[in-house]
Design a protein. Structure first.
Length: 395
């Protein structure tokens, strides 16, 4: 009950930061300038934004808990609040390291986060197993502890680099306006799909309730089952995005199309086999991971995964191409393309899910169309940008 609001704050204070900071840093480095100028300016901006997010979570803890009908959530909101600030700072460091073509700090810090969170989470769950309220607070506190560990790791890695101390005076600085402008559109593009999923969670159940009493269960199979499984290949392909952005940002105009297509090829080489595997082995996947649901629900989930498997490719590719637009300084176009896809998706949801012959499978069709459309739009825009830059170079 606490996580939705927490994720919303993270979308504002942290989502998009690594990509935008990575692109700006890489461009500065390619010009022979000091990438540390980006880090200092970005930290000033996002420490402020992250602190405001943490403060907002604390201030709204009581009203939100009351609105949700569970006052015991107040302590949970407060113990999780520092994570908003911590993740915001960590994201800046990750983007800066990525912009300097150093992916190791991002990878290790993310693994460290999960190890610490799981270790302390299991420990707290065991220690407070007799008190649900204390257990929940402790579990959320484990998230904050994991971010503290990740931040310390980032600071240690930064001290090992030849970069000077943070916040020292420099005649040349990277303006906060430039950082905010880039990050805002990356954040907007990243938030579009999660926002559409949140909207779906409100009205899909209502649409299906008109003709079935299994509406909640069907939505659970779709959002908690099929979507979760399909997102696994997409997560694997995020590494392509992280490495593509600084590489493409530093590349000469005449070489950008080649690097863009190479990144897209790698994404296809990862996502296509995953999609085929999900389609062919959907029954095995469901029986292993969701063995507790009924036989009828298993069959429905298998059909959902098979129908949704194509999106493992299109969603992965649009993610890579969005990163390419960010690297070329055009995150706004990615946001526009995603908004068009989301509008189509929600429209098809209303049109198809309201009909019993489609039911929850209408949401799968809508998502497939959405991701394919955004993929095509992003591809067209990327090819257009690289073609224009190449032709202008010749002239």
């Amino acid at each position: 009950m606490i996580y939705p609001f927490y994720c919303l704050l993270l979308t504002v204070s942290a989502t998009g930061i690594p990509s935008s900071i990575s692109a700006i840093t890489a461009k500065e480095v390619s010009k022979g300038k000091a990438g540390r100028r980006v880090l200092g300016s970005a930290l000033k901006v996002f420490i402020t934004i992250g602190a405001l997010g943490s403060a907002l979570m604390i201030i709204l803890a009581r009203p939100l808990a009351s609105a949700q009908g569970e006052t015991a959530l107040i302590g949970g909101y407060i113990t999780l609040a520092p994570s908003v600030l911590l993740v915001s700072i960590i994201s800046v460091f990750r983007g800066w390291f990525q912009g300097n073509s150093n992916m190791r700090p991002t990878a290790i810090s993310e693994i460290l986060e999960q190890l610490v969170k799981v270790a302390f989470g299991l420990l707290f769950a065991y220690l407070y197993r007799g008190d649900v309220e204390k257990s929940v607070k402790a579990l959320l506190f484990a998230v904050t502890i994991s971010e503290v560990f990740a931040l310390f790791y980032m600071l240690i890695q930064y001290k090992r680099t030849p970069a000077p101390m943070l916040f020292q005076k420099d005649r040349e600085t990277v303006g906060a306006r430039r950082i905010l402008k880039t990050s805002a559109f990356v954040t907007l593009a990243s938030a579009m799909l999660p926002l559409s999923n949140m909207i779906e969670s409100i009205f899909l159940v209502r649409l299906m309730s008109a003709y079935t009493d299994r509406a909640v269960g069907l939505y659970g199979l779709y959002a908690g089952g099929a979507v979760t499984i399909i997102n696994l290949p997409v997560s694997l392909c995020y590494g392509v995005v992280a490495t593509t952005i600084p590489t493409l940002a530093k590349a000469e105009n005449t070489k950008r199309r080649k690097k863009l297509l190479y990144s897209l090829l790698i994404t296809l080489l990862v996502s296509v086999p995953c999609a085929i595997g999900l389609y062919l082995f959907a029954p095995m996947v469901v029986k292993i991971i969701y063995r507790s649901i009924s036989a009828g629900e298993q069959q429905t989930l298998i059909s959902l995964i098979k129908g949704f498997s194509v999106s493992a490719v299109t969603l992965s590719c649009l993610q890579t191409l969005s990163g390419c637009l960010t690297a070329q300084g055009k995150p706004k176009l990615s946001a526009v393309n995603t908004a068009i896809g989301v509008a189509v998706k929600l429209g098809l949801d209303f049109l198809l899910v309201s009909k019993s012959e489609y039911s929850i499978f209408g949401a799968v069709i809508a998502a497939n169309v959405c991701y394919a459309l955004v993929f095509v739009l992003n591809l067209i825009v990327n090819l257009s940008l690289t073609r224009k830059r190449k032709s202008s170079k010749k002239v």
